[in-house]
Write a protein of this length. Sequence first.
Length: 248
Amino acid sequence: MIASITLKGQTHQIDLSKPIDISIPLRAAKSNVNAWYLGPPRIEPHTDGNFVGSVAQGSSTNFNDIYFNPHAHGTHTECLGHITREAQSVNAVLDRYFFTATLITIAPERVGKDFVISKKQLQKALDGGSPEALVIRTIPNTKEKLSMQYSHTNPPYFTEDGILFLVEIGVLHLLVDLPSVDKEKDKGALLAHRAFWGIDRTLRLKATITEFIYVPHQFSDGDYFLNLQMAPFENDASPSRPVLFELL
């Protein structure tokens, strides 16, 4: 099914029958992707007295309780409320769900004991572009990202000036295949988060960060349409399903 969509005065065609789902599913397993020192998510039948919400155990329905943390257990989209004293809900951020997007691939560069994504790398990859949504795939890009246990591994992260560059060119929605845009153990500095949302500058209330995506290698860098789908949680972050569509 071919659809025409106009954004910012430009009309594009996309094939709605060929979505590219870049989310990681949440599974009740130790192999579920994980970070921030939590155990795996749990999905288990609700119990109440003699009632067990499992057809296999004699109930008429499956009736599961789910225990997870959106920041630790899979693809999620977060808002300014992730780092502010005042409560902010990611469910109130978006007033539309389709965006022009650019996919770039970057090999984080070594700085001391860390690997970082720098302003220079972002400038080179974007080559003058200024997308409203930026999707970043890091190298190496193996399927281990679907089950990686990130705690205590010091994953790659963004430099503060790199994030400030993205803000400067107008990136409103940042999607990354990392557990965080910040260094795992930074004593709470959160320089990249703070820069992206304009803490101590101009607050960017409509900006979002989506972490724990996975973009298969067969999809080329370039421009796409993005459908950013979220569960309607009134929380600073929500499980999400970002879906790309190739431009025809």
